[in-house]
Write a protein that binds this ligand. Structure first.
Ligand SMILES: [Zn+2]
Length: 124
């Protein structure tokens, strides 16, 4: 279950950002399609991983980006949730990018109260 390693990487990012003594209420994460994350599995992995941390009990909101594709025939660039889809011209699509980003977009803090907006890109 690679969601566990993702959850650990996210927790490291969170702990690097929040102030000492801070406690996390919620966070928003954006992942590239190639991460192939299952939102439920990641949510579970997150709850387990952050148990003894400043993010214990926090809510992880995940957004998965669609695939960035390009048609091999006409060159049209488009996005889709299905990487095996074909272009409207009938041509086969190929991947434009690796789409393996893992971006921590926003952290909601309980203490000190407030919201920490940041875009942090990480690799597990
Ligand atoms: Zn095309």
């Amino acid at each position: 279950m690679h969601e566990i390693s993702i959850a650990r990487a996210v927790l490291r990012m969170v702990e690097d950002i929040i102030p000492t003594g801070g406690h996390v209420k919620a966070l928003r994460l954006r992942a590239g399609a190639a991460r192939a994350l299952e939102p439920e599995a990641l949510e579970f992995a997150w709850q387990v991983t952050c148990l003894d941390s400043a993010a214990a009990g926090s809510k992880l909101n995940l957004t998965v980006d669609p695939w960035a594709l390009r048609c091999r025939k006409c060159g049209r660039q488009f996005q889709s949730d299905d990487w095996q889809t074909s272009c409207i011209c009938g041509g086969a699509a190929e991947l434009r990018a690796a789409d393996d980003e893992l971006i921590l977009e926003e952290i909601d803090l309980v203490s000190p109260p407030g919201q920490h907006r940041s875009v942090v890109q990480g690799r597990e």
